[in-house]
Design a protein. Structure first.
Ligand code: ADP
Ligand code: MG
Length: 600
């Protein structure tokens, strides 16, 4: 076969300068409109637009929490409260000497960052609904404290908002200041959104186990996101205090919190442009139709219902016309195993994974009952047995989802800690799932890139500012993912949303995602389920080639033909115990196996 020498590119219009311009066009138009608005010389409109920018500074950060990470932080108005009072109190000299206003604004951001993490931390333990309640509770506490702590906040009487000196003095100067900060907030959150951190957030939201198996540590990532969202919320608060010119606790209403939240939902989860437009619309809408102001909550609710029922993907989905182009009906998956050496690189060291005396019970069920298993690099090891015999559980022990009661798990002689699924990727252990776990709302290419998350070097801050190391990471990862997609035969679907794919294609997407890790060990859980006979044959060729490139493959499968065609060793499980182990020939003629499992 011929070697591909030209780089493999994603299909569709997303590449090339025209495609890039197309992607940025909406931002350019929005930016121009914002810059030109003062030409109208309408100060009322200027104030509304300024408010929209301020709300967006907060929502841009909240968007990473709600839209990307899927955390229901419904009371984020508390960050606005904290930032507003911090900035106002420091600038007015209510705590010590008067602070320069810009410094006071930064302090507002700092306080927001700290409390963003404090409020966010429960998300690591609590499930969605309970977390939503904690954020609401905190918002109430913030308002109550503002009411009670009269020395600093002025209590119910309130305190004057800070006034920014030239060049950002009240009026159009302040307008441009807020516009600038909104643009910066957009830029840094968009950078995060399109980085490995952003993809990891979406993976946590929609496919948490797959995210962990790809080496994504949820706690660390969420803390960083809450820090950023808190800081942006605090800065928005400082700006808000200045816009209001006088702040009292009742300025920070529940409706406002709902506005931020709903603006993101109607914008579309996992998008930056959609929520920006959503926030803009929700801020401006009640103002244009002045009689509607007292109806604003009703209006938000109605809009939300409409969006949820008619376009669940929100504004972002409406704008995503590319994914409405029909896909070719009769698609064929034609893997290119000849590309594997380029995907996997040198695998000279042959890994040996050894399970010894593993015992794991679920209540009274002995799911695994004293299992010994060795998986060698360069070989395909078949794991077969009737339903419920413990095959998936075995994979889950190696992947770190379960802690067995007894036994040891070693990789090349060193102990692999039980549990801690996200460290598996560092040991270059990859897997696929019995039911494919992919992020339906992300493109196929992004899904595959998730598999290479641990290969990135750029820090969160570097991604935020799109510094060279981040850009290098992205380029390298994108190329590796395209190569992996070409290897499994799906490169023509790279830019397509994953939820538009057929089931059989998702199985190959999962394999591509695993390959991007350059795995020393690859575990496949019933990869042939739901595939046609021809697809199974091609899959077999691909799996065998992966093992020949040096990877240790553990294959759980029901298709006996596939097992006996490609495996070097086979272990048969029954009721969590090894019933037989040996070469395919030995297993095929094993009396008990034939009678208990394979059939006559
Ligand atoms: P296989 O993949 O071989 O079909 P599994 O490993 O999924 O089987 O299951 C082995 C046994 O453990 C079955 O009896 C199953 O019902 C039980 N089991 C698996 N996972 C759990 C769980 N999370 N909780 C309770 N029982 C489980
Ligand atoms: Mg199973």
């Amino acid at each position: 076969m011929t070697e591909i020498t030209t780089p493999i590119r994603a299909g569709g219009a997303s590449t090339g300068w025209l495609g890039r311009l197309e992607g940025k066009l909406s931002w350019i138009l929005l930016g121009l409109a914002g810059l030109a608005l003062p030409l109208l010389d309408d100060s009322y409109m200027g104030t509304i637009a300024t408010r929209a920018y301020i709300y967006w500074v907060l929502s841009a950060g909240l968007n990473l929490v709600v839209g990307y990470a899927g955390q229901i932080a419904i009371g984020w108005v508390s960050m606005l409260t904290l930032g507003a009072y911090t900035t106002a109190a420091l600038a007015a000299g209510r705590v010590g000497p008067e602070w320069p206003v810009y410094l006071a604004l930064l302090a507002g951001g700092g306080v927001g960052a700290v409390f963003g993490v404090v409020v966010g931390l429960p998300a690591l333990r609590l499930r969605t609904f309970y977390f939503a309640m904690t954020t609401l509770g905190f918002a109430t506490i913030a308002t109550q404290v503002a009411l009670a702590w009269k020395d600093v906040t002025g209590g119910g009487v309130g305190t004057p908002g800070p006034v920014f000196p030239w060049p950002f003095d009240p009026g159009w100067g302040f307008y441009y200041f807020c516009f600038l900060l909104a643009a910066v907030a957009t830029w840094i959150t968009a950078n995060i959104g399109s980085s490995r951190y952003g993809r990891a957030l979406v993976a946590i939201r929609d496919a948490e186990v797959a995210a962990e198996a790809s080496g994504i540590a949820k706690p660390r990532l969420l803390v960083l996101i809450f820090l950023l969202a808190g800081a942006l919320g605090g800065i928005a608060g400082g700006l808000f205090a200045s816009l209001q010119s006088y702040i009292t606790p009742d300025a920070f209403t529940f409706e406002m919190s709902v506005l931020f939240f709903i603006g993101i939902l109607i914008g579309g989860r996992g998008s930056i442009l959609g929520p920006a437009l959503g926030t803009l619309i929700l801020t401006v809408l009640p103002e244009i139709a002045a009689p509607l102001v007292q109806w604003s909550t009703f209006l938000y609710a109605a809009l939300l219902l409409l969006i949820v029922l008619v376009i669940p993907g929100g504004i972002a989905d409406l704008l995503d016309y590319r994914n409405r182009r029909p896909l070719e009906q009769h698609r064929e998956i034609v893997p290119r195993p000849d590309l594997l050496p380029r995907v996997l690189g040198d695998q000279n060291a042959r890994t040996l994974i050894a399970l010894k005396g593993i015992r794991l019970h679920f209540g009274g069920v002995k799911a695994i009952d004293g299992l010994d298993l060795e998986i060698h690099g360069g070989e395909v090891h078949g794991l077969i047995g009737p339903n419920g015999s413990g095959k998936t559980t075995t994979l889950n022990v190696v992947s770190g989802y379960y802690r067995p009661r007894e036994g040891s798990l070693r990789v090349d002689g060193s102990d692999l800690p039980f549990e801690r699924p996200h460290v598996r990727a560092q040991w270059r252990i990859a897997r696929t799932f019995q039911t494919p776990r992919v992020v339906g709302a992300a493109s196929v290419l992004e899904n595959v890139m998730i598999g290479g998350t641990v290969h990135g070097h750029g820090t969160f801050a570097e991604s935020m500012l799109s510094l060279p190391r981040h850009r290098l990471d992205e380029r390298v990862l994108r190329e590796a993912a395209m190569l992996a997609l070409a290897t499994v035969g799906l490169e023509s679907l790279a830019s397509v949303r994953a939820d538009r794919l057929q089931h059989s294609e998702l199985r190959f997407v999962e394999i591509a995602r695993a390959l991007v890790l350059r795995p020393a060990c690859l575990m496949l859980d019933e990869p042939a389920a739901g595939l046609s006979a021809e697809e199974i044959r091609r899959l077999g060729g691909l799996i065998k080639a992966i093992s020949r490139a040096g990877t240790a493959v553990l294959l759980v499968e029901h298709h006996a033909d596939l097992i006996f065609d490609i495996c070097d060793r086979v272990t048969v499980l029954n009721l969590g115990k090894v019933l037989a182990a040996g070469t395919p020939e030995e297993i095929r003629s094993h009396r008990e196996v034939v009678s208990a499992y394979l059939g006559a």
